[in-house]
Design a protein around this ligand. Structure first.
Ligand code: TA6
Length: 331
């Protein structure tokens, strides 16, 4: 089956899992998880060992979920931050810098940082907002009706977030693992005033050799070139190759993205819903060493393809919900 053939309905069903969007009951279930007015229950009973197991990486608590195929995904509860996605053959699909700290309130350099309510330094908040270092609680771990393993986590506004961004909200994150990996975030406006936000999954894909990677799906798209003071250009390359520092917000292109990793002879497909934009970023050799702090040569083994909703920001009325989803799988 050509990767172009994947039916979009199948994507939504598989990406969001039966517990989230197949029919409104799924979304209602997620909304309920996000907005139940009852005090947050104590973290659910330890997950069945076959699906989820608690652990630690550095000083951070983690949860690992396992699919019956043998694949596994690990996330730090801090930031609901997926730090690892290992295929059944043990191959690691995500990049995390070897110099990345795993300490409280320090961002992890790699995996899938959750970006909310601000993308990058587009406003007064900390870079990429505050959810990526927030404390999340595990709401549920299990298998969905299609036997995918999933974990549902939740967080909400705190005194600290309100001091930075004066809006009450709840956020849920659902990680779904089958032959691919999906992450879905739902934001609820629990206040009585509308607010706007940017949101995204700052996904660090591990690649064999960036110099042999090509990207399809952004042909002829308009993009903000962050390396050139965000001037808006049109993508003329097809396919796109990443040379030097590349930092671009491709605007309003919900198409699927193909990451061809020639050195590993495989193509990753990134599908998304809710996120109209996609950011493509690699710091290049100089910046990787100076400001990003990667070890020598690490920049050639990573590529960020980040489903995001940046321009325009999401406008959310009181009591309303918004969801953004990505699903990554190998063609
Ligand atoms: O997503 C691209 C970007 O906004 C770049 O401008 C660069 O700052 C990158 O994110 C890394 O951000 P971080 O906060 O992880 O250092």
């Amino acid at each position: 089956m050509s990767p172009y053939d994947l039916d979009r309905r199948e994507f939504l069903k598989r990406a969001l899992g039966a517990g989230l969007v197949v029919g409104t009951s799924g979304l209602a279930a997620c909304a309920k998880a996000a907005s139940s007015s009852a005090p947050a229950p104590a973290p659910s009973a330890p997950p069945a060992p076959s699906v989820g197991v608690r652990g630690r990486v550095g000083q951070l608590e983690t949860l690992t979920i396992r699919h019956s195929s043998g694949s596994a995904a690990t996330l730090a509860l801090q930031g609901a931050h997926v730090t690892s996605w290992r295929r059944a053959n043990g191959e690691e699909m995500l990049f995390v810098s070897e110099s990345s700290p795993y300490v409280p309130l320090e961002p992890i350099r790699g995996g899938i940082p959750v970006i909310f309510p601000q993308f990058g330094n587009r406003g007064p908040l900390p870079q990429h907002g505050f959810l990526k270092t927030a404390s999340w609680e595990v709401v549920e771990v299990g298998r969905d009706p299609k036997a995918a393993a999933f974990a549902l986590l939740r967080t909400r506004d705190t005194d600290a977030t309100r001091a930075l961004w004066p809006h009450p909200f709840r956020a849920t994150l659902r990680v779904t693992l089958d032959d691919g990996l999906a992450t879905a975030i739902t934001i609820e406006n629990t206040g009585d005033a509308p607010f706007s936000f940017e949101c995204g999954f700052h996904t660090y894909h591990r690649v064999g050799d960036l110099r042999q990677v090509t990207i399809r799906g952004v042909e002829r798209a308009r993009y903000q070139d962050h390396v050139a003071k965000d001037v808006v250009k049109t993508e003329v390359r097809s396919p796109l190759r990443v040379r030097g520092e590349v930092d671009r917000v491709y605007l309003r292109r919900p198409d699927r993205i193909f990451i061809r990793d020639e050195s590993r002879d495989r193509t990753l497909i990134v599908d998304r819903a809710g996120f109209g934009d996609v950011v493509i970023w690699n710091p290049g050799e100089a910046k990787a060493r100076t400001s990003i702090g990667l070890a020598d040569g690490e920049y050639l083994t990573m590529l960020c393809v980040e489903p995001a909703q940046i321009d325009p920001p999401v406008q959310l009325a009181p009591g309303s919900l918004w969801s953004g989803v990505q699903r990554v799988h190998i063609a």
